[in-house]
Design a protein around this ligand. Structure first.
Ligand SMILES: NC(=O)c1ccc[n+]([C@@H]2O[C@H](COP(=O)([O-])OP(=O)(O)OC[C@H]3O[C@@H](n4cnc5c(N)ncnc54)[C@H](O)[C@@H]3O)[C@@H](O)[C@H]2O)c1
Ligand SMILES: [Zn+2]
Length: 369
């Protein structure tokens, strides 16, 4: 089993990554949380149907009497009303300060459960059991919780680190193909940011990865978690270093918003955003064409991405009004070489416009093949 420690105050915690871990969740939690009064598993129906019984069996075998709370599925459920409904349920079921929330699901379940755990009785223990690639390599690590407002995504949230993150790559076998690949782009991102070996795996073992070879996935996820954990440990609250994790997200977020969050999954938007960032890096001479080609190939060879048909000027306008933009200066994370990025605040508008235009071109050429 791979174990990765996330060093954050007041207490470091671990992410454990191993195929079949779900069946050992009960034993692990009874060791880690001996004082737990009750366990409340928060999940969504598609995950409950496939993996709920396995988790409940494991918890029950270790002496817990878990209750499963099912919330509505999908991004629209990531709102305060869901947190409130779950909190009411907890209270009705008699959950006290020693109750533990176990989030079993993708990033939506993780974000809602995290916020719930941070608010209920001013904060109770949380365990993350992520079940999508995106949640395993990204959303479950780092302690960010959030829900959306009508005014924008992730505008209300807290920092609430879990007690432990239990990652079982075996649960990914029931994940829809598009969701699976969308998460892989975030793992690939970790390679580009700071792990050459991880990037090489994508180049060399793509077939195995796409076939969801369990050994390959376990390794890939563990490496990605290590990278994210290192960054988060060095910079808990996104002051400086943590921003490198935003590679592909500057333009990615703008693409998601410009298409009303309907056409692109988050990971797919990040994939296009990484290609755009790579092209920007090339045009402002931060990287060379061989590196840029390798990054674009690694992304595009994972499968077809949804077509991009946006107006580059509208993307630029969104970047300039983004909540993370400081004084109108857009910061870009740009790849330098494989495993190395830098943050640039001097990217000319033209380079951005051209990079977005290039996405449209690539996505059309892709379709003509
Ligand atoms: N907190 C953070 O740091 C952070 C980081 C990145 C993303 N996020 C958030 O994560 C969310 C996206 O998460 P996501 O991509 O995991 O989407 P998701 O949680 O909506 O899950 C995607 C779909 O897959 C289904 N599913 C999940 N696991 C499954 C499994 N093992 N088998 C079959 N189906 C399964 C879900 O029911 C859902 O329909 C966004 O809201 C995003 O803002 C948070
Ligand atoms: Zn992301």
């Amino acid at each position: 089993m791979a174990q990765v420690t996330i060093h954050v105050p007041p207490r470091p915690y671990q992410a454990r990554i191993e195929n079949g871990l779900l069946t050992r969740a009960g034993a692990l939690l009874s060791e880690l949380l001996p004082q737990a009064s009750r366990i409340f598993v928060v999940t969504v129906l598609p995950v409950r149907k496939r993996w709920g019984a396995k988790l409940v069996r494991s918890l029950t075998a270790s002496g817990f009497k878990p209750r499963v709370l099912t919330m509505p599925d999908g991004e629209p459920a990531k709102r305060l009303a869901t947190v409130e409904a779950l909190a009411e349920k907890l209270a009705r079921l008699g959950a006290d300060r020693k109750a533990v929330i176990v989030a079993l699901g993708g990033g939506v379940v993780g974000d809602v459960s995290g916020l719930l755990a941070s608010l209920y009785m001013r904060g109770i223990e949380l365990v993350q059991i992520p079940t999508t690639v995106l949640a395993q390599v990204d959303a479950s690590i780092g302690g960010k919780t959030a829900v959306n407002l009508v005014a924008g995504k992730n505008l209300v949230g807290t920092f609430h680190h879990p007690r432990v993150v239990l990652i079982d790559p075996a649960v990914l076998k029931t994940l829809p193909d598009r969701e699976f690949r969308a998460g892989l782009y975030e793992a690939l991102k970790c390679g580009v940011i700071g792990d050459v070996e991880l990037f090489l795996r994508f180049e060399q073992n793509r077939g195995k990865i796409l076939k969801r070879d369990p050994v390959e996935l376990e390794w890939l996820i563990a490496q990605s978690v290590k990278l994210k954990a290192e960054v988060v440990s060095a910079d808990e609250h996104e002051g400086g270093l943590r921003r490198v994790l935003n590679l592909g997200h500057t333009i990615g977020h703008a693409l998601e918003a410009e298409t009303d969050y309907q056409r692109l999954l988050h990971g797919e938007a990040v994939a296009w955003g990484m290609i755009a960032a790579t092209n920007i890096a090339l045009s402002v001479h931060r990287t060379d064409s061989v590196t840029a080609g390798r990054i674009a190939d690694a992304i595009l060879s994972l499968g077809r991405l949804p077509e991009i048909n946006v107006n580059p000027r509208k993307i630029l306008a969104r970047l300039q009004s983004d909540k993370k933009t400081q004084n109108g200066v857009v910061h870009f994370v740009l790849p330098r070489e494989i495993g190395k990025v830098e943050i640039a605040n001097d990217v000319p508008e033209n380079a951005v416009l051209e990079a977005v235009e290039e996405l449209r071109r690539i996505s059309h050429v892709g379709r003509g093949k």
